[in-house]
Design a protein around this ligand. Structure first.
Ligand code: KG4
Ligand code: ZN
Length: 343
């Protein structure tokens, strides 16, 4: 079962060839990140135009790297939600055109579900690792999403909590812009934080009530902005290492605390961490350490860095379960920008 998958939800134009949700024959990603760097954030129109330029070469490259051809492909998968509407439409149009002209089935995939499924792909791709044990709690954190899910099975994913304002990656990138760091700010702040004192500045932790599994990062972001502006007005030096470490400590503490609470409330076997911010060293280490201490029977599973950021291999792998259930989309499949998984 060979799937050609396309991902274009944000600023990565990606195409992958995946066999049976376990063999990644190619996984090509062209990012327009450099074009957005000057604006310190993704500019939707620029992202859409970059997708238009990149989509055909990226599909060609994925086919060539996989040493296959269109005839050998069994289905076309596309991440059709959620994301930037102009970006989604480019990938969706390419996928529909391929499906129609080749006479192959079309499969619509939810981008956030695919981030969760990237953990399963990492297990299936490693020959000796057993598949993910369900039910599992999944924390997805990226530039556009921050949410906790209860994965009953891959077709039954329940939303337990989500951000009510900024996504965690967005908060990282905004703090990065404030500090004039290179874009995207997330990986740079993560690096700076390794050398800073996390207790240097006490930033707020938003709990949103004892029972809530929702997140809020806008108060933290404002607090960082105020701290930096106050220091600049007074002519005080800001230690970027301490600021990064203190900011990251606040983010990580809230993410770990709520995820751990969800894991304790539900009878689960594994805890999955996915999305671009799953690459964060502080988060990976803190989540694994806290779980080992408080819930040692629950295994923490995090995919390799190549599957954390946006990629099409996770779309192709997630599409396989849809293919098995014959969940095919019509050629009227539309793009949906909002977060809909589990809502
Ligand atoms: O999943 P992703 O590639 O795209 C979206 O679906 O949004 O995530 C991109 C986000 C960016 O905000 C980037 O700054 C953040 O992931 N990111 C990180 C790290 N690596 C990437 N944030 C914190 N620490 C990192 N090491
Ligand atoms: Zn993503």
């Amino acid at each position: 079962m060979r799937i050609l998958a396309i991902e274009s939800t944000c600023d990565e134009t990606a195409c992958a060839i995946v066999d049976d949700a376990r063999i990644v024959r190619s996984n090509v990603v062209a990012s327009s990140s450099e074009l957005h760097a000057v604006y310190k954030g993704v500019v939707p129109e620029i992202a859409s135009r970059a997708h238009i330029e990149n989509i055909l070469p990226v599909v060609r490259e994925a086919i060539d790297q996989a040493k296959t051809n269109f005839d050998e492909v069994d289905a076309i998968a596309i991440a059709h939600r959620p994301g930037l509407i102009g970006s989604l439409i480019v990938g969706l149009t390419a996928a529909k055109t391929l499906a129609w002209s080749l006479g192959k089935p079309l499969i619509g995939v939810d981008h956030v579900a695919a981030h969760l499924y990237s953990v399963q792909l990492s297990r299936l791709a490693a020959e000796l690792a057993p598949p993910v044990s369900l039910p599992a709690i999944g924390l997805v954190c990226s530039g556009g999403h921050t949410a906790i899910y209860l994965v009953h099975d891959w077709h039954d994913i329940q939303l337990l909590g989500k951000t009510i304002d900024d996504a965690v990656g967005e908060a990282y990138d905004k703090v990065g812009a404030l500090l004039n760091l290179s874009y995207p700010g997330g990986p740079v702040i993560d690096k700076l934080a390794q050398q800073g004192d996390p207790t240097a500045i006490k930033f707020p932790r938003a709990s949103l009530g004892k029972e809530s599994l929702n997140f809020s990062f806008s108060g933290l972001k404002s607090s960082v902005i105020n701290t930096v502006h106050n220091a600049r007005q007074k002519g005080d030096d800001i230690n970027p290492y301490d600021l990064a470490a203190s900011f990251q400590a606040s983010v990580v503490e809230v993410l770990v605390h709520k995820t751990l609470r969800a894991a304790k409330e539900k009878n689960i076997k594994q805890l999955l961490l996915a999305g671009g911010v799953a690459a964060n060293r502080g988060l990976r280490e803190a989540l694994s350490a806290k779980m080992a201490l408080e819930l040692p029977e629950v295994e923490v599973v995090i995919p390799p860095l190549s599957l954390c950021g946006d990629n099409a291999a996770m779309i192709g792998a997630a599409a396989y379960t849809e293919y098995q259930q014959k969940h095919f989309a019509g050629h009227d499949l539309n793009a949906h920008p909002g977060l809909v998984l589990g809502e």
